[in-house]
Ligand binder design. Structure first.
Ligand SMILES: [Zn+2]
Length: 288
């Protein structure tokens, strides 16, 4: 990856990444001769060499200094006179050869394309699949109660893997995992619900069923965020002038089809996740 290259304004010396560098046409060129724009008269193009100058800039690259507004121009297309005969305005018999120049500096959208490229290399379907550690399958063939039991069992396994097996109570274990507050509360509530059903023969309400499904989505999002945010931070560190929100949104767009694939058999959770995920991209970098 090449380095970020800034332009220095010749007027105020400010160094900047141009928001945009766009082509601006100076002359129309039909492949043989240049025609004058209305504002220019033929006399304006006269040089000591004759009526037709040896070089005409057909198209410029244009950008502006964000500090002082100075207009910076670079050549994009130039025509060089290659044959000069008698001077005759009606039938000049002069031909020009076109030469083209690439954008001299990358602008914001060029760098953003680099960012998209790195994101697509770094965020793969396999990465998201590994991140979820088969969590995407636990809803299948389960009623709500079985689903709840599986979530708690998954949590227990996850805890054991990180902290080791011990006899602590589940709420304590949940707290030790340092989840975001909202997820921690949901998991503690899910655990209490599980105990109420198992020990007190409690009948699940609609709100409690909703709690289970939402908690499940929250866990998945938490794992995805934990994997994605370091990637976004790394890229943002390299391209500090790119808005982090835009990088997060782009990451969200890459992940969305992966979620679709992983939750193919579970449209309900896919729809919930996708909605939450896209609405979270704006702030998920700030929360973790
Ligand atoms: Zn300037």
């Amino acid at each position: 990856m090449e380095d970020v290259k800034k332009i220095r304004c010749p007027f105020c010396n400010k160094e900047f990444i141009p928001p945009t560098i766009y082509p601006l046409q100076n002359f129309h060129y039909d492949g043989r001769s240049a025609t004058y724009p209305l504002k220019d008269t033929p006399s304006k193009l006269m040089t000591e060499e004759g009526f037709f100058p040896s070089k005409i800039i057909i198209v410029n690259w244009i950008t502006f200094c964000p500090e002082c507004g100075f207009e910076l121009k670079f050549i994009k297309e130039i025509v060089n006179k290659i044959k000069k005969t008698h001077i005759n305005l009606e039938n000049p018999n002069i031909s020009y050869e076109k030469e083209e120049f690439k954008k001299p500096f990358k602008d914001y959208s060029d760098y953003f394309r680099d960012v998209e490229f790195i994101l697509k290399e770094d965020i793969s379907y396999d990465l998201i699949k590994d991140t979820l550690k088969s969590l995407e399958k636990i809803y299948l063939n389960s009623d709500d109660f079985k689903f709840l039991i599986k979530i708690i069992a998954y949590l227990e396994d996850y805890y054991n893997e990180i902290k080791g097996i011990n006899n602590k109570y589940m709420p304590e274990k949940i707290k030790e995992l340092n989840f975001p507050e909202e997820l921690e509360d949901s998991l503690i509530n899910c655990n209490a619900l599980r105990n109420n059903i198992v020990h007190k023969n409690h009948e699940m309400t609609i709100e409690e069923k909703e709690l289970i499904h939402n908690t499940y989505c929250q866990i998945i999002l938490y794992f995805i965020k934990s994997t994605i945010i370091p990637i976004v931070d790394k890229i943002h560190n390299q391209f500090k002038f790119i808005n982090k929100k835009n990088i997060l949104e782009e990451a969200g767009l890459i992940i969305s089809p992966f979620l679709n694939k992983l939750f193919r058999d579970d449209k309900d959770h896919y729809n919930r996740l996708d909605k939450i995920f896209l609405s979270l991209t704006e702030d998920f970098g700030l929360k973790t």
